[in-house]
Design a protein. Structure first.
Length: 420
């Protein structure tokens, strides 16, 4: 896919339903009693993997466009699948589903594609083992073979790394544990699971004693998908872009604060929705020039981990550049994003310096055209598509179909608001 240079972005768009929230809504609805209607369910392949796995576990599901109707089977009403559950490329599906399956009476196997099989799973194996679940994985990666000794035991757990997926896995397992399960986070992470559990009637102080009741959910647009358009509009002088119905959960909006700090105009109009998540319409206006430096380290890195690929591109446009540290988590995503960001920006003649062991620095640079390999990573593909808009000659994105993981139609929407 060739992405040519642009003068500005103008218009109004919507983005797919939030991927993180969609996963959680489907799984928790499946554990509830009654029928839940989920509107604006994420249209990408990752969330389709979650629905497929739930269906194979005996959950009745109907899909009509982006509306998903799920008839819950209760906390322990899942059926033994006929074979391994294929989570595709979705780490969220595998890690959260492991928490649910830890509380079932049958043996199950969780697996995925070759990329997912390389991602670390010890971070969920350890706490689930403390809860009396038995997980077999010779290399602490997928496939995971699971069997539980019910009832599970409630635990108080402090993860080694800040991870909403690990936290969510433990909390979902806690629904089938005796007592109160608690996760003490080293750094606050997105709280979508806690919000969704409470929406369905769970008591976070007594998860094991909670009963879940079906309740309809509206899913707002995914701010991590909107981030690519927001960044592009902020970097191209003369741009004015509106993104409608986007999730504005405070644990996900650090990206907006970063852009405001370098001069991008961002206005938010809050709107009402039937669900646990706040939403709003975001309007982006570009300044004549971006000023200041972006610094991402410590707790801020955890809050921005999904947006670092696109922020690295933004760093080439602001006078102070960008400095990223404490980003080891980037090395265990779909690909080693840390390495790919550095190498691809260098191929576009950006000034980049590695900051061992887990960071990098980028100075303001004039980007040249290049070939950007996606390496099977949807965020890398979209980040360097935006780099193409900001470059002299454009970018050829290799294997652009990987954007379908989270954003089917991304390139068409991008072209529709691009002015040349």
């Amino acid at each position: 896919m060739r992405v040519l240079p642009a003068k500005s972005l103008e218009g109004s768009i919507t983005v797919p339903g939030d991927k993180s929230i969609s996963h959680r809504a489907a799984m928790i609805a499946a554990m509830a009693e009654g029928t839940t209607v989920i509107r604006n369910y994420a249209s990408g392949r990752d969330c389709a993997s979650t629905l497929k796995c739930l269906w194979e576990l005996g959950v009745p599901i109907e899909v009509s466009g982006t509306t998903v109707t799920i008839t819950g089977v209760g906390k322990q009403g899942f059926q033994k699948p006929v074979g391994p559950l294929d989570c595709g490329n979705s780490g969220t599906t595998l890690r959260l589903l492991a928490g649910i399956l830890a509380g079932q009476s049958f043996e199950s196997i969780l697996t995925g594609d070759e990329s997912l099989k390389k991602r670390p799973m010890y971070r969920i194996i350890e706490p689930l083992a403390e809860m009396k679940a038995m997980l077999l994985s010779p290399f602490n990666t997928a496939p995971l073979k699971m069997r539980s000794r019910l009832p599970l035991r409630a635990i108080e757990y402090t993860p080694d790394v800040a991870s909403a997926q690990v936290k969510s896995c433990i909390l979902l397992a806690g629904l089938n544990a005796e007592g109160s399960t608690r996760v003490i986070e080293p750094v606050p992470t997105r709280d979508h699971t806690e919000r969704m559990l409470e929406w369905f009637g769970a008591d976070l102080d007594n998860l094991g004693g909670s009963e879940l009741t079906a309740r309809d959910v509206d899913i707002p647009g995914d701010i991590s998908s909107a981030a690519f358009f927001i960044a592009a509009a902020g970097c191209l002088p003369g741009s004015r872009l509106e993104i409608k119905n986007v999730g504005i959960n405070p644990t996900r909006t650090a990206f907006l604060d970063v852009l405001r700090s370098i001069g991008v105009g961002i206005d938010i109009e809050e709107i009402s929705a039937d669900g646990p998540e706040p939403a709003g319409n975001i309007t982006v206006t570009a300044p004549d020039q971006l000023i200041g430096k972006i610094t991402i380290e410590g707790a801020r890195t955890a809050a921005l981990i999904d947006e670092i690929p696109i922020l690295s591109v933004v760093g080439t446009q602001t006078e102070g550049g960008i400095e990223v540290r404490d980003a080891k988590e980037l090395t265990v995503k779909e690909v080693n994003r840390l390495l790919v960001i550095v190498d691809t920006l260098r191929s576009m003649l950006a000034w980049v310096k590695e900051l061992p062991p887990d960071g990098f620095m980028v100075r303001q640079s004039k980007l040249s055209g290049a070939v950007a390999h996606s390496f099977g990573d949807h965020r890398i593909a979209m980040a360097f598509a935006i780099a193409g808009l900001l470059s002299d000659d454009g970018v050829f994105v290799e294997e652009p179909e990987w954007v379908d993981i989270s954003y089917p139609g991304f390139f068409d929407i991008l072209e529709s608001v691009t002015k040349r």
